[in-house]
Design a protein around this ligand. Structure first.
Ligand SMILES: [Zn+2]
Length: 303
């Protein structure tokens, strides 16, 4: 039997892979963030008793050449070769997939992108990330970097007018003005603080926007403008059939449709149908994607 995991900074969700490709989620436990032995024990406890393979969706970046992971929110995994270390500790095959890639794969194979050629799944939440799937195959690219459209100082730090002062936020990657720093949920909060001098959560900002509040409307308009500019370059580069979204901000379908409309206004192709939509697996793409990776790797074992 194959056990699938979706591991984030707070919780480990897990379940067994079923014959139809879905994952029967059987529970969640707190992630032991600071103690690798405790982390290994938690995985062992949740995994199948027959010592079958495990497939993990993990919130982190991986260098495919060295295997070293960058997992800032789970310190005991940070800068480790997670696959090799877990295989040695658990004595069973371990597959690891970045969580945005797992979500994109789930959408492309079984969700909103089923049967489509180019699917770019995006995460709009605490951070900004993504994954690229072409003809049903995950594209990880040089060093595993493909899909990381949230980084690179894309926003002009000298921009004036409507964008003045919105673009100088430092990013966790060490650069300034990344989409991840400006157009994530935390970015929306920073924009609101800059424009109005008021500290509000992204949930409260979007709620005030829905209620017609002028300040929140300016914040959301600026946020969506910046985000749609970055997305338009992505769309013109990849020609995606669909961009399914996941992450905390994707739960607001009015916000998604504003971002979708602004993006489609900027791209060269004439997309008549919505392009950026909420993913079918927005809530469980990690587990579903980990299951697909296991099916692709172990085939008949999973069936
Ligand atoms: Zn960055």
């Amino acid at each position: 039997m194959i056990t699938c995991f979706d591991i984030g900074g707070s919780f480990i969700r897990h379940g067994l892979l079923k014959k139809d490709g879905s994952v029967a989620e059987s529970g969640r436990v707190a992630t032991p963030g600071n103690d690798f032995q405790a982390f290994v024990s938690a995985i062992e406890t949740c995994a199948s008793a027959d010592h079958g393979p495990i497939s993990i969706s993990l919130a982190g970046a991986f260098d495919e050449r060295s295997g070293i992971a960058d997992v800032a929110n789970i310190p005991c995994l940070h800068k480790r070769n997670v696959k090799a270390d877990l295989e040695a500790a658990l004595n069973r095959p371990v597959l690891i997939t970045n969580d945005a890639n797992a979500f994109a794969l789930a959408e492309a194979v079984d969700g909103t992108g089923k049967g489509k050629q180019v699917v770019f799944g995006i995460i709009l939440g605490t951070g900004v990330g993504g994954g690229l799937v072409v003809n049903g195959q995950l594209v990880t690219g040089f060093g595993g970097i493909a899909g990381e459209w949230g980084h690179g100082p894309i926003v002009d730090p000298t921009a004036g007018g409507q964008l003045q002062g919105l673009t100088h936020y430092p990013c966790g990657c060490g650069q300034t003005g990344c989409i991840d720093a400006v157009c994530s949920a935390r970015g929306m909060e920073k924009i609101h603080q800059t424009l109005h001098g008021v500290a509000l959560s992204s949930k409260n900002i979007t709620a005030a926007w829905h209620g017609g509040d002028d300040q929140a409307t300016r914040t959301v308009e600026a946020f969506a403008t910046l985000l749609s500019r970055a997305l338009s370059v992505l769309v013109n580069t990849l020609g995606p059939d669909v961009i399914p979204a996941s992450g905390g901000l994707s739960g607001d379908e009015t916000l998604l449709s504003l971002i979708d409309r602004k993006t489609r206004e900027l791209v060269l192709a004439d997309y008549t149908d919505p392009l950026i939509i909420k993913g079918q697996f927005a809530e469980n793409g990690g587990l579903r994607g980990a299951g697909i990776v296991a099916r692709k790797t172990f085939g008949e074992v999973a069936a």
